[in-house]
Design a protein. Structure first.
Length: 395
């Protein structure tokens, strides 16, 4: 590996420490329990902001993953705090599954069952179990897997997006206001795949293996299109509803599907998804990188409109996806692009004044100050995961 890339790896390890320090010092809600639901761009806590399941499961996953990877007990208290808050407040003891949103006091205010949220809970609980050996965490992860398989799995393959509190059908399935109201989405399937990949490491189950293999094949044969992008929104019958390319999701999916094939121990499948990853990565380099070397957000192929904003998470997912591509097929273009993305990230995305990373910057590198540092969707998961992987070989 080149010296510049070795420097990138070392800098990633240092930045991982910075991120963990930020979240450890700024996000603990000592008055009402758990973690603050919102901290704005200027690091001002919004104490009565609601608390979302995605933020809280991503905190649990991130600190558990770092603890497992570096075999450290430094963050055990935070991991236990995150797990106990999930178990006490987000856990639906009546209809089962996890609630979507609580008020700042920990009372449920949105009880819908978003399948994306059930998957992220499995992901977090599986990682926490590896750390804690808490059998209740493992049992809960398995229970959530069974719930997804029972309620969300569709007879035509794939998984439906959302349900009411009691798992009855719901009309508005959107994951967020920015999303299309679609019955099946690539994003939710991706995070079910991610969750099942982690669960299989602690739960050797044939039904789980079958479901994970089916998911890998869906990504190869249903979501992946002829232009080396992953289509995003579908109806129940798998009719495509959108023509938007999400570059961050493209490159993230490429490497997560590889990890799924690895845990399945299917050599033929692994070779297939590696070949796909190269195709996706090459297309990504051609289309997603702007003149400064940064990753742009997305493009609508119907209107030909390109969103040139640079969000924080596609930058680090690109670094991981390009690392996987280079591991498969050595090519300096993957390394060169990675170095440029990292330089852009250091210059424009990392907030060297207030800590953490900007949610997004515009095409001129100017941060959007209305975006939060901590929120329903702004968590340490993308960054911590990527920085763990990228710093893995550094000394």
């Amino acid at each position: 590996m080149s010296k510049p890339y070795q420097q990138l790896q070392n800098e990633c390890k240092t930045e991982l420490g910075n991120i963990l320090e930020y979240w450890s010092k700024n996000t603990l809600d000592e008055k009402n329990g758990g973690f603050f639901g919102q901290i704005n761009h200027f690091n001002i806590v919004i104490p009565e902001a609601s608390k979302g399941i995605i933020l809280n499961t991503r905190i649990l996953w991130s600190f558990s993953a770092v603890s497992n990877h570096f075999q450290t007990e430094t963050y055990n208290d935070i991991c236990d705090r995150a797990y106990n808050y999930l178990k006490t407040h987000f856990n639906d003891t009546s209809s089962k599954g996890v609630f979507w949103e609580l008020d700042y006091l920990g009372n449920p205010i949105n009880k819908r069952k978003q399948v994306y949220a059930q998957a992220f809970s499995i992901y977090a609980l599986s990682e926490y179990y590896i750390l804690s050996k808490n059998e209740a965490a493992k049992d809960w992860a398995i229970e959530l897997f069974d719930l997804i398989e029972k309620h969300a799995k569709d007879e035509q393959s794939g998984y439906l997006e959302a349900f009411n509190e009691d798992w009855s059908p719901i009309e508005d399935m959107r994951l967020s206001d920015k999303d299309m109201n679609a019955e099946k989405t690539m994003n939710t399937h991706l995070h079910i795949l991610e969750a099942y990949t982690s669960l299989l490491k602690i739960y050797d189950d044939d039904n789980l293996k079958d479901s994970l293999k089916t998911l890998v094949n869906l990504f190869q044969n249903k979501f992946l299109n002829s232009n080396n992008h992953y289509d995003l929104f579908f109806d129940k019958n798998w009719n495509l509803l959108s023509n938007t390319v999400s570059y961050g999701h493209d490159i993230e999916t490429a490497w997560l599907v590889i990890e799924a094939a690895k845990v399945l121990n299917d050599d033929a499948l692994l070779e297939d998804v590696k070949a796909t990853a190269i195709q996706v990565a090459n297309t990504f380099l051609e289309e997603a990188i702007d003149s400064e070397g940064a990753v742009i957000n997305e493009k609508n192929l119907s209107t030909n409109h390109t969103d040139t904003d640079r969000h924080w998470w596609p930058q680090v997912e690109a670094l991981v996806g390009l690392k996987y591509a280079n591991d498969i097929k050595k090519d300096e273009k993957y390394i060169d692009s990675s170095l440029k993305i990292w330089e852009f990230t250091k210059k424009h995305i990392i907030d060297h004044k207030n800590g953490e990373w900007h949610f997004r910057v515009d095409k001129n590198g100017k941060p959007y100050t209305e975006e939060d540092k901590v929120s329903m969707w702004k968590a340490p998961y993308h960054t911590s995961r990527a920085l763990i992987i990228l710093s893995n070989n550094c000394t």
